[in-house]
Design a protein around this ligand. Structure first.
Ligand SMILES: Nc1ncnc2c1ncn2[C@@H]1O[C@H](COP(=O)(O)OP(=O)(O)OP(=O)(O)O)[C@@H](O)[C@H]1O
Ligand SMILES: [Mg+2]
Length: 344
């Protein structure tokens, strides 16, 4: 897996934790591996800094599940293990149609920590944009309404996602429209211990913000999340708050509209610096059919100061619903298996 600094092809979509700190010694678990006498793994469907996500069968119930398996070294790290347990417990309290349901959690015979989730037969929003951009405006707004509803539930449960982005949101095709499922929340807190090992302080390349020079060590010590989505105050060292998830939702909205992130760069530092330097530009500059009301919504969600953003996820949802009523109706849907995107 490439390091953050070498991930120049797409630095803005890699979590700061998606780095070769842990688990590089682990081979993929082969198809057919039975975990904890209960889950028969089939193909790997995702890979992160600490392990992999597999499609699997829950043998007793003959149902599909998704299993996130931590690498051997991450599973053996007491702090990471404790965080994984804590976050798994927190996330298991969430019961909402727009957040993935956690079914089980444990440690396998060979010492690997695992988290079992409902299997979502869909594609990530990154894949959807790659296949189908430009998405119809009504579809974008509807997807974001569901993301806002997920955030309402997540925040109500006292959880900050802290790594909301298109790769961490799945969409499942329904008979009418799509169902969004936010994944990979809370577990992001696992990264905290690792971040300081990731961003090497570089006094020669300070970040400048509101006239103050901010050394890289500040970022290294506190920031977590994904460059491009991470809120400015979090870059500067504040703890993630609901408002920082709102910021990420605004960035997501911009991405769904334009198929681009508002802040690019050759490497993570450049992306972070641009985030601190300037506001998000209106998406209508990239895509002419974006109405003023949607421009305003993106700018408010991504306001530099947390207090200038929507007060909470339900205020964001309300604003999206107002915009939705102004747009012509469309009912697009996606299908991971066929890759088809259908607009009814
Ligand atoms: N419940 C699920 N159902 C179907 N696919 C899933 C599920 N959970 C995760 N995935 C797939 O696995 C990928 C990785 O999952 P997740 O984001 O939870 O892992 P990760 O280790 O944090 O990866 P990264 O750090 O690179 O984002 C997702 O982008 C998605 O494609
Ligand atoms: Mg992820």
């Amino acid at each position: 897996m490439p390091s953050l600094s070498s991930a120049s092809s797409c630095p803005t979509t890699r979590s700061m934790r998606s780095l070769p700190m842990w688990g590089q010694e682990d081979q993929d678990l082969p198809s057919g591996t039975v975990l904890a006498n209960a889950y028969r793994l089939s193909e790997r469907i995702g890979r992160g800094a600490y392990g992999s996500v597999y499609r699997a069968e829950q043998i007793s119930l003959h149902r599909d599940v998704a299993v996130k398996v931590l690498s051997t070294s991450a599973s053996a790290d007491p702090e990471l293990a404790e965080r994984f347990v804590r976050e798994a417990c927190a996330v298991s309290r969430l019961h909402h149609p727009n957040t993935v349901t956690v079914l089980d959690f444990g440690r396998s015979q060979c010492g690997r920590l695992y988290l079992v989730m409902e299997y979502v037969p869909g594609m990530t929003l990154t894949e959807l944009v790659t296949r189908a951009a430009p998405l119809p405006l009504a579809q974008v707004v509807e997807l974001c309404v569901q993301v806002a509803m997920a955030l309402e539930a997540i925040h109500a449960a006292g959880i900050i996602h802290a790594d909301l982005k298109s790769e961490n949101i799945l969409c499942e095709r329904l008979t009418r429209g799509e169902l969004v499922k936010v994944v990979d929340f809370g577990i992001a807190r696992l990264t905290e211990a690792g971040v300081s090992r990731v961003l090497v302080p570089d006094p020669a390349a300070p970040l400048r913000s509101e006239g103050a020079e901010v050394g890289a060590a500040t970022i290294a010590a506190h920031a977590r999340g994904t460059p491009g989505y991470i809120a400015p105050e979090v870059i500067l060292g504040a703890a993630p708050e609901p408002a920082s998830d709102i910021y990420a939702a605004g960035i997501l909205l911009y991405f769904l509209l334009t198929a681009e992130l508002p802040f690019g760069g050759r490497h993570a530092r450049e992306v972070l610096r641009r985030q601190l330097d300037g506001p998000v530009m209106p998406p209508s500059l990239q895509r002419r059919d974006v109405p003023e009301s949607l421009d305003a919504l993106v700018l408010r969600a991504t306001a530099r100061k947390p207090g200038q953003r929507f007060a909470d996820a339900s205020a964001l949802r309300d604003a999206l619903e107002v915009v939705a009523h102004e747009l012509p109706p469309t009912q697009p849907s996606c299908d991971r298996d066929s890759g088809d995107v259908i607009v009814h």
